[in-house]
Structures are given as C-alpha cells and as structure tokens.
Design a protein around this ligand. Structure first.
Ligand code: FAD
Length: 391
C-alpha cells in the first residue's frame, strides 16, 4: 500500500491551497459581516475549475478522480463555508444526477454549464415531513398526457435555491409504493408553477442560502425525468454517496485549519511563565487533535478511492463512515481549539467560533450521523448474515 499522493495531485493540492489563501480567505470576515460572497471570489472559483472538479472533461469539467476532487474540497474548507456551499455542492448533488442518469443530450446541454459555474444546480429531496425518512416524501408527480408530468408540493432547506438555474426534484408517482414510487425530474428555474420561497436563516453559513421550493401545478416535459419511474430514490442515494465523500474531506480541511490556528495560538500565548504549548494539558489536547485528524484523513482518502471503484456497497459504506467520523472529529477539534483560545475563541474577533458553528451542520445534512450509523450497521448485518449462511 502506497500512502503518497501522485506528483500531479500534489501539484494540484498546492495550487488550490495557494488560491484559497490568496483569493478566498481574505474575504472570510467580510462575508460573515455582510452575508455576501464577492463576485471576484466566485470568478476565481470558476477560473480554477472548482465548480466541476469531478465532472468528466468530455462535459467541461476537470475530470479529476474523486481523490483529486476531495483534495480541492479539503483546501476550500479552510476558507468561509459559503465557498463550499456554492462550488462543492454544485460538484456533487448539483451535477451528479445528470452525470449518472441524464441522456447524452441532457449531459451536453447542462454539465458544461454546471462545471463552469455559469449555472448552479440544486438538489431538492427534503420536505417538512420527510428528512431522514426521505422515502416518505409527499410531493407528487402525475402524468399529464403522453409528454408531461405535473409536480405539486413543497421542499425545504434547499441549498443554493435562490441562485440555482436548475433543480433535480424528487417526487412520488404513488405514495403507496414508498421509495419505489419516486422519480427524479430536472426543473429549470423560471418554469411556471415553480417558486423559490422563504430562505431559512441557519446557525452558520452566512452568504449561502437554503430555501423553500413551492411547486403548484408545475408542468415539466417527460423527457426531463432522470432514470425512469420508480428509480429516483436510488439515484438520490447514489448522488448522496458523492456528497458524503466530499463532506468527509470538508471536515478534514476545516479541522486542519483549526489545528493550525490552535498550534499558532498555543505557541504565542504565555501563562504561568510558559507558552501554552509547554503545559502538558494543552500539549495533549494538540496531540489528540492531530491524531484524530490523521485518522479521519485516511478514512476520507479511502472513501474517495472507493468512490472511483466498482463496488457500490463498499462505496456507500466508506462514504457514510467518512462523513460520520469526519463530522465527530471536526466538532471535537473545533471545540478544543476554541478552548485553547479561551475567551478570544468564543469572541467574534477570531475565526474559531465561526468555524465551530459552521462545522456543526455536518452531523445533519446529506444524511444525519444517525443515518450514517444505520448504513454502516446494515452493511455489517448483511456481511454477518452472508457469512452465517455459508457456514
Ligand atoms: C444547512 C442545510 C442544508 C441542507 N441542504 C439540503 C439540500 O440542498 N437538499 C435537500 O434535499 N435537503 C437539504 N437539507 C436537509 C437535510 O438533508 C435534512 O435536514 C436531514 O436529512 C435531516 O432531516 P430532518 O431535518 O427532517 O431531521 P429528522 O429526519 O426529523 O431527524 C431528526 C433527528 O432524529 C434522528 N432520527 C431520525 N430517524 C432516526 C432513526 N431511525 N434512528 C435514530 N435516529 C433517528 C435524526 O438523525 C435526527 O437527529 C439541508 C439541511 C441543512 C441544515
């Protein structure tokens, strides 16, 4: 087993790292204050190809492996989270539905636009009554003649909804069929019957928007259905594997930023005649953070590698484990860093409290940590049952 990154990936990592330090991080404080992501920074994300890291080159993306994409996300996570919500989310749940299930014509029409960042894609699964149990969604799709479907219902918390030009929307053709009744549809912003509703103010992530979508007799061409009737739920789960793999990498990047801040602070501040880092209590905190981060990074890279492999259940399990482990790890690292900073860590004058708030959400979105455990446990049972059947 070789743990070294290829020279190409190291060069890519260094390029994104420099871009983030020079062109994204300088805007962090202003975004937090104004709630606006400056156009010049978005232009930089576009120039770097960060809206399409993992999109095939044939469709305008950089065509990087999932590991290459995760290395970029890891760096982006060191800046304000609004940058990740815009670009990273576009790479996975914004683009993957078309990449996995679009016709050649749909791919040629939409993917280059998404990969270039000229168009933002959003993924509309969650409803007020259906989050973790997404198969219970109530939004309906009914056939209207041979060539159309009509969508009715409401979605919530849809990331980038106000900015998005294209939505992948999940609706049921027959609630009695549960997950097997769900279909996915591409719906363009501005389609009559679709309205972006209220934006929900979140605990963190100023500059990014998570809004309601309201569908009232929204007529979409049958050609806009992805994957076919009853195949929408499986498509959603496959797209979420990509999202979870990226979120695992996001946690690693955010934790690295925090650890760097913690080491710098512990190296410069003195109490009781010594630098903080010379007190054993603080030294152990730093060592524990570094060890936990290293473990999560290995898991995140393994998930990225599995993502590009052929084994679908290994991919799903690795993505769930990476998000689960990363989410817990980064929260612990954020909390410890804040503790090492003392009062300054809790104040809005330092970035630590912002990152502490920003990273909390990883335990919730793209499937909660409890749902990640469910995936891991079910995989465990399948393996055990198979083994018992053989014996
Ligand atoms: C910032 C943000 C952005 C988001 N962006 C999007 C988006 O772009 N698109 C989209 O479709 N959705 C989005 N979501 C929604 C997100 O995916 C859901 O919030 C998430 O899946 C959890 O669903 P819920 O909020 O309905 O919680 P619930 O499903 O009501 O769960 C509540 C709690 O109960 C626990 N729980 C539920 N069932 C079980 C069980 N069987 N065993 C143990 N514990 C259980 C959950 O883990 C959770 O802790 C976003 C959410 C946030 C906060």
């Amino acid at each position: 087993m070789d743990f070294a990154l290829s020279p190409d990936l190291v060069r890519w990592q260094e390029r994104v790292r420099a871009f983030v330090a020079e062109e994204l991080q300088p805007h962090d404080a202003a975004i937090e204050e104004t709630g606006r992501v400056p156009e010049e920074a978005i232009e930089g994300l576009r120039r770097m190809g960060l809206f399409g890291t993992n999109t095939p080159t044939a469709y305008g993306g950089l065509g990087l492996s999932m590991l290459g994409s995760c290395l970029a996300i890891e760096e982006i996570a060191k800046a304000h989270t609004a940058f990740y919500y815009l670009s990273g989310v576009n790479v996975h749940i914004g683009s993957k539905p078309i990449e996995f299930a679009g016709t050649e014509e749909q791919k040629r029409r939409w993917l280059p636009e998404l990969a270039s960042g000229r168009l933002i894609g959003a993924f509309a699964l969650t409803e007020r009554g259906a989050g973790s149990d997404a198969a219970r969604l109530a939004m309906t799709a009914r056939r209207d003649g041979a060539d159309h479907y009509v969508l009715d219902g409401r979605k919530i918390y849809i990331t980038n909804a106000p900015e998005a030009g294209l939505f992948t929307v999940f609706a049921t053709l027959d609630p009695a069929l549960g997950s097997r009744g769900i279909a996915a549809f591409l719906v363009e912003a501005g389609t009559p019957g679709l309205r972006v509703g209220r934006t929900t103010e979140m605990a963190a992530g100023r500059g990014s928007h998570h809004a309601e979508l309201l569908f009232d007799g929204c007529r979409v061409p049958a050609a806009n259905m992805l994957a076919g009737e009853g195949k929408g739920f499986a498509l959603a789960m496959r797209c979420l594997d990509a999202g979870r793999t990226h979120w695992g990498a996001y946690c690693v990047g955010a934790a690295q930023r925090l650890l760097d801040l913690a080491v710098a602070r512990a190296s410069s501040r003195e109490t009781f005649g010594q630098r903080l880092r010379e007190h054993q209590g603080v030294e152990w905190m730093l060592a524990d953070m570094a060890a936990a981060l290293h473990g999560a990074r290995l898991v995140a890279y393994e998930a990225a590698w599995r993502y590009d492999g052929d084994d679908a259940s290994a991919r799903t399990r690795a993505a769930a484990m990476s998000k689960l482990i990363g989410a817990d790890m980064v929260q612990k690292v954020a909390d410890t860093t804040l503790q090492i900073y003392g009062g300054a860590g809790y104040s809005k004058e330092e970035p630590v409290e912002r990152i502490w708030r920003e990273t909390r959400v990883v335990r919730i979105l793209d499937g909660t940590s409890e749902m990640m455990r469910r995936i891991v446990a079910r995989d465990l049972y399948r393996t055990a049952d198979r083994r018992n059947a053989v014996v």
